[in-house]
Design a protein around this ligand. Structure first.
Ligand code: SF4
Length: 297
């Protein structure tokens, strides 16, 4: 059985940067608070916790004073920065530059929407840290859509400024965009009014560029093992690309979720993962498969 790891999988630059910042501080002081899981991968979180990283939530943040707290790549809403000033907390801000740029774009469109009575619509996961940061740019007014059912929340007689969470799938975004466009056109035909529809594909290229690469990689192997934390949004999106291309694709968080029968007839196995999947974890999966290979050979 040939076993290969996708060279394009593994941490994106945003996650690399956040982990570097955390490790630099841990090297100096041996302890650091981090607001939320530093990355949506439990194995990597556990590794950093063992080095002194302490994961806190927003309620715990409001009770902390005079300390340092790391902001992870997902970014934060303005209230978090306000709390930090009030409590004399030094923020080590590892918000990804791609997310910060998106926050700015959402804020600028929100200012325009206030003038035009428009709506900010975000294609994303309600409650996801990045989405919370984006909603925070709109005084909590943004509408979050994930499925066609959510479109009932939009008033199609008013302008729509449409954005995507950075880690969603391109296909899902395009489908949602087409549905909004269609409903706006239907409304306009019946009312004779012409409304603004500003659609912004703000999916991170670190995610969308991986889609065609993973499609290709998935066709090159009999079985695909996709390694990702279960909470990872881009993990779900990228796994669906593999599964659609190669039905023998399996999602695992660690080796204990792997089943030997998946590989019974496989001549080649490809290992890949999300932008939040550490290389060491994909290497662990490869080692497990090599051992399995030796036992069954
Ligand atoms: S996926 Fe893109 S936006 Fe998200 S942390 Fe990585 S580089 Fe930044």
């Amino acid at each position: 059985m040939r076993i290969s790891i996708d060279p394009h999988s593994g941490f994106c630059f945003g996650v690399v940067y956040a982990i570097q910042m955390a490790e630099e501080e841990l090297d100096k002081s041996g302890s650091l608070y981090c607001l939320g899981d530093i990355v949506h991968n439990n194995m990597e979180v556990e590794r950093l916790k063992a080095r002194g990283l302490k994961i806190i939530n927003h309620e715990q943040l409001s009770q902390l004073h005079d300390t340092k707290v790391l902001i992870r790549a997902h970014g934060e809403p303005p209230e978090t920065y306000k709390t930090a000033i009030e409590n004399n907390i030094e923020l080590i801000d590892a918000s990804c530059p791609v997310v910060l740029k998106l926050q700015n774009r959402v804020r600028t469109s929100f200012d325009e929407a206030v003038e035009t009575e428009g709506q900010i619509v975000i294609y994303g996961e309600a409650g996801h840290a990045e989405v919370n940061g984006l909603v925070g740019q709109t005084d909590g007014k943004a509408i979050i859509v994930k499925t066609a059912d959510d479109l009932a929340k939009i008033d199609f007689s008013k302008p729509v400024y449409f954005f995507s969470q950075t880690t969603k799938s391109t296909k899902g975004f395009e489908e949602m965009k087409a549905m909004i466009e269609e409903r706006m056109q239907t409304f306009q035909q019946s009312s004779g009014e012409d409304e603004i529809f500003s659609s912004n594909d703000t999916i991170c290229r670190q995610v969308s560029n991986r889609e065609p690469q993973l499609e290709k990689f998935s066709t090159q192997h009999d079985v695909i093992v996709f390694v990702s934390g279960k909470k990872s949004s881009n993990g779900k999106a990228l796994y669906s690309v593999c599964k659609a291309t190669n039905p023998h694709s399996y999602f695992v968080s660690d080796t204990d979720e792997m089943e030997k029968q998946w590989f019974a007839d496989a001549e080649s196995v490809g290992i890949c993962g999300a932008t939040s999947t550490p290389m060491w974890l994909m290497e662990k999966v490869a080692k497990y498969l090599q051992e399995l290979n030796t036992v069954t050979a």
